[in-house]
Design a protein around this ligand. Structure first.
Ligand code: S3P
Length: 452
């Protein structure tokens, strides 16, 4: 099949590589389209990779994380082509036709990719070894490997499979009933994906609804899943290739939402942004902090393959600190670094608790954001499960600094937004910015397009 494959290039840079300088005293205006949703892009390749026939994915996010998922499926015998722009064509023999990979599958920095792929590979008919970069090799895997072992999976690795690298010998799996105590969409999705190829039903119950992209996408591929409140039951299913359109990533839009809110006189439009309600709690929190200038216009028709999307118009607004309700945390787990930046410009203290999961993300995000905000002059108290940020109002007494992103894309982009609000003669240097490309390739270009 004709098509380009040159986009499957190796990642450049590495730990502590890349530096971004941002000067204060800017104007913000313009219209942008943020790149495709990372969570939905991973799932489109995973479900397309195990579905028989052709899957056409439009708007696929070509970030390092998603390209690692794509490369893994190439190693399993799925052919990948890009006939035009952000369109991908996958041609798969179906789950039972996948072949044993000849080398280790390296998922780089991506927790979503490796955890979801554990669910897929556990029920395969072959052997595979999964690893990742320095950060991913320290992240907890037992939350996925333990329930998969209860389904019958053969998984081994350091401390019996608590961390990468993991060796998986594919076997026939049986459905289980799992309570998602980590409130993790990755765990839920890994088990539901395993359930597609298990015998009998597989049930996942959640204490709070986490992002539900897997549940929304399985039926698009012809799979059988029933949702009843916060319980999802998947039946063994043979998937068929289909067409998927990926909306813009709300988590990427979040940096621009806060940029617009914090900048006096701003006028920013974000088009084609995914508005899945399990992802948009940041808007709820910002509104509760007094934001009066986030206008959400859902598109018509209101969803692409089950995923709602629309346009966001953002202007300046003054904010007041709040205690963020615990139940909102899972639906804004990736937006807490940028919420912390917004909180620095609010009047009064913002308390974020119930977010201990942030300590085991791409970095220890509670420490990272606390140190970065402290470096510019914002007082932050760190708790085991959260932060209290002493906001100084719209014109804080902050100054330029050199800050570490801890090689964490979301800390790097959050601090870039903060940099724009420094006094005009000040600037911030953010270190380790190469990792921005794990989720948001082209961030710097879009950022300089709207900041002047
Ligand atoms: C994701 C789930 C979240 C999120 C991550 C993407 C997903 O992780 O932080 O960026 O696509 O399922 P957890 O499931 O660990 O909360």
């Amino acid at each position: 099949m004709a098509g380009r494959t040159d986009f499957l290039k190796e990642k450049k840079g590495g730990p502590d590589q890349g530096r971004m300088m941002v000067r204060g005293g800017n104007h913000v205006h313009g219209t942008i389209v943020v790149p495709g949703d990372k969570s939905i892009s991973h799932r489109s390749v995973i479900l397309g990779g195990i579905a028989e026939g052709t899957t056409r994915i439009e708007g696929f996010l070509q970030s390092d994380d998603c390209l690692n998922t794509l490369k893994a499926f190439q190693s399993l015998g799925v052919s990948v082509n890009r006939p035009e722009g952000s369109v991908l064509l996958l041609e798969s023999p179906g789950f039972r036709g996948l072949k044993e990979p000849q080398d280790v599958l390296d998922f780089g920095n991506s927790g979503t990719a490796v955890r979801l792929m554990c669910g897929v590979l556990a029920g395969s008919s072959f052997f595979s070894v999964l690893t990742g970069d320095q950060s991913l090799r320290t992240r907890p895997m037992a939350r996925v490997t333990d329930p998969l072992k209860r389904m019958g999976a053969h998984i081994d690795g350091p401390e019996m499979g608590k961390r990468l690298p993991l060796a998986i010998r594919g076997v026939g799996l049986s459905g289980i009933n799992h309570f998602n105590s980590h409130k993790s969409a990755q765990v839920k999705s890994a088990i539901l994906l395993a359930g597609l190829n298990a015998t009998g039903p597989t049930i996942v119950e959640e204490p709070v609804a986490t992002r539900d992209h897997t549940e929304r996408m399985i039926p698009v591929f012809g799979g059988s899943i029933r949702r009843d409140g916060q319980t999802s039951t998947v039946q063994p299913s043979r998937l068929k290739g289909c067409n998927i359109r990926v909306p813009g990533d709300f988590s990427s839009a979040a940096f621009f939402i806060v940029l617009g809110l914090l900048t006096p006189g701003s006028n920013l439009r974000l088009e084609g942004v995914g508005l899945n309600p399990t992802r948009t709690a940041l808007i709820t929190v910002l509104n509760a902090m007094g934001a009066r200038s986030i206008q959400v216009t859902p598109s018509t028709p209101d969803s692409v393959e089950g995923e709602p999307y629309g346009t966001l118009d953002i202007g300046f607004s003054e904010l007041t600190g709040i205690d963020v309700p615990l139940e909102w945390i899972p639906n804004m787990i990736d937006e807490i670094p940028i919420l912390a930046v917004a909180a620095a410009f609010a009047r009064g203290t913002t308390r974020i608790r119930g977010a201990a999961e942030l300590r085991v993300k791409e970095s220890d995000r509670l420490r990272g954001i606390s140190e970065a905000l402290s470096a510019v002059g914002i007082r932050v108290k760190e708790f085991p499960d959260g932060l209290a940020i002493e906001g100084q109002g719209p014109k804080p007494r902050i100054s330029g600094a050199v800050v570490q992103s801890l090689n964490d894309h979301r800390i790097a982009m959050s601090m870039a937004v903060l940099g724009t609000r420094l006094p005009a003669e000040e600037q911030i240097a953010i270190l380790g910015t190469d990792y921005i490309s794990t989720s948001f390739p082209g961030f710097t270009k879009l950022f300089s397009q709207v900041v002047s």
